[in-house]
Write a protein that binds this ligand. Structure first.
Ligand code: ADP
Length: 485
């Protein structure tokens, strides 16, 4: 589990909160139960002293000491109720003292008459496991007595011990159940967020018109989905505006550029025949301007193409064709250029692959990739063009042993106007739009393009085109053997 995830943090916070609550609750229950047991014991002692005082001491002058002693011994003696009882008089005599408690759980307190005591009091002696209760009782004839009762704390401690054991067993169980419950609950609620994120991630410039499904749950997830959909709407609007602008601007630029190019060519070629032949400097300036104008025309053309691909204005001319034949044709087309630069082209082509797509666009991708390898590799390099297929896709690879690309360049190489060495690329006639167009074309075919490269060792550009409904090769006319290379 990812320790930084909301899921983990929610479970952790929930678990800690439940643990603290359970401990506080258990502690409060334990203390209040203890208080209750001790109060009950105190109340029992108070009631006993009260009974002794009200029923026996009050009649002491008339009934005599012996009668009182007998009565206490008979009704309240330790043998009957496991208490220790002592009655002291203010004159220093002991009116009655019982034997030890029945279970010998405590030793009787050694307490004398307390002259300052004017109301009942209870003392706990946990070390000796006893509670001592003393009630002063003044008689109307001026005599004063104190009734001491000591009771065992063992039953109280036994009950508390039982409660403690149950708590120790139930607390971890309740905590685990609650943490598990919290884990699954937070997992369930975050699952919907994960779904929204996964769907939002699939939306890119090529399918900006898609929207997330908004479930009418009235909760925060619906809010999030609606906000994301509104954001996609705004993005789509500005993206459409941008591509519209690029398409319109490049369209408007094309005509004047064609006129300028035509005029420059005319000046260059017919100027020599004029009575006042332009000087060599003027001719040089004219041919440089023509070169730049041609470059500009190429960029404008590529920009327009990209804008049309982005806006979906370009309808792909989908037809079933022999991809193997197309690759072989593209290689043939660039053979002369490669020979000029002393670059060797190799091919490894699979048996005929039937592919349904835009023949012209796929060839454009291929030409661009091979042309780049020829352009950016030094003389003597080797370029290998491979074509094979698996059950799902046709794979086209253009590998070279040229300069390769740095890791940083690999991330941006398909971006618009990205060139590794701007000056060198410009010199070679590059605009930085070729690979961006390749990417758009591949995506328009529901495929993708990727690159692997090591600086100084070469690059491999790989195009994957899905074979959605591949027509059987036999249906392709003219496929009999592989083109020879
Ligand atoms: P360009 O028109 O400049 O060739 P691309 O989009 O085709 O534009 O390529 C972008 C950049 O990627 C190029 O400027 C070049 O620096 C680099 N590049 C493309 N292909 C290769 C290759 N086979 N080897 C090395 N660098 C390459």
């Amino acid at each position: 589990m990812n320790l930084g995830s909301i899921h983990f943090r929610l479970t952790l916070y929930h678990g800690s909160l439940v643990a603290v609550t359970l401990v506080i609750f258990a502690l409060a229950s334990y203390l209040s139960f203890r208080r209750h047991l001790i109060s009950t014991l105190e109340a029992q002692c108070a009631s006993q002293t009260n009974q002794i005082a009200q029923s026996l001491l009050v009649g002491l002058p008339a009934s005599g000491i012996a009668y009182v002693q007998d009565e206490i011994q008979e009704h309240y003696a330790p043998e009957a109720n496991n208490l220790f009882i002592r009655i002291l008089s203010s004159k220093g005599t002991t009116l009655y003292e019982s034997g030890n408690p029945r279970d010998h759980s405590f030793t009787p307190p050694q307490l004398g008459f307390l002259p300052t005591l004017d109301k009942p009091k209870a003392d706990l002696d946990p070390r000796e496991h006893k509670l001592i209760f003393i009630r002063p009782y003044p008689l109307s004839n001026g005599d004063s007595y104190q009734i001491q009762i000591a009771a065992s704390l063992l039953p109280v401690e036994g009950s508390l011990d039982g409660l403690w054991k149950v708590g120790m067993l139930l607390l971890p169980l309740a905590l685990s159940a609650s943490v598990l419950g919290g884990f699954f609950l937070s997992k369930r609620s975050l699952e919907r967020i994960r779904e929204v994120v996964a769907t939002a991630r699939r939306i890119n410039s090529s399918n900006l018109q898609e929207r997330l499904i908004e479930n009418q749950t009235g909760d925060e997830i619906q809010d999030l989905t609606r906000t994301l959909n509104q954001m996609f709407e705004r993005l789509e609007a500005s993206f459409t505006l941008m591509t519209r602008f690029t398409a319109d601007a490049s369209h408007e630029l094309r005509t004047p550029l064609t006129v300028i190019r035509g005029n420059l060519e005319l000046l260059l070629h017919q100027g020599k025949a004029l009575p006042h032949k332009p000087s060599s400097e003027v001719s040089e300036i004219l041919s440089q301007t023509l070169e730049e104008t041609e470059r500009l025309s190429q960029i404008v053309g590529q920009l327009m193409e990209l804008a049309q691909l982005d806006s979906g204005e370009v309808k792909l001319e989908r037809e079933v064709f022999n991809l193997t034949e197309l690759v072989a044709g593209a290689v043939d087309q660039l053979q002369l250029l490669a020979d000029d630069k002393q670059i060797q082209l190799h091919t490894e082509l699979a048996s005929p692959i039937a592919f349904k797509g835009d023949r012209y666009r796929v060839k454009q991708v291929l030409l661009n990739l091979i042309d780049n390898s020829i352009k950016y590799c030094p003389a003597g390099s080797q370029v290998c063009i491979r074509l094979f297929s698996n059950s799902r896709a046709a794979v086209l690879e253009v590998s070279d042993n040229g300069p390769g690309l740095e890791t940083d360049s690999l991330r941006h190489v398909f971006d618009r106007f990205y060139r590794v060495e701007k000056a060198r690329s410009r010199e070679l006639g590059g605009s930085g739009l070729g690979l961006a167009i390749c990417k758009s074309i591949c995506e328009a075919h529901d495929g993708r393009i990727e690159v692997e490269s090591r600086p100084g060792e070469g690059s491999t550009f790989r195009v994957l085109l899905p074979l959605k409904d591949p027509a059987p090769a036999s249906r392709l006319c003219g496929i009999s053997t592989l083109p020879a290379h």
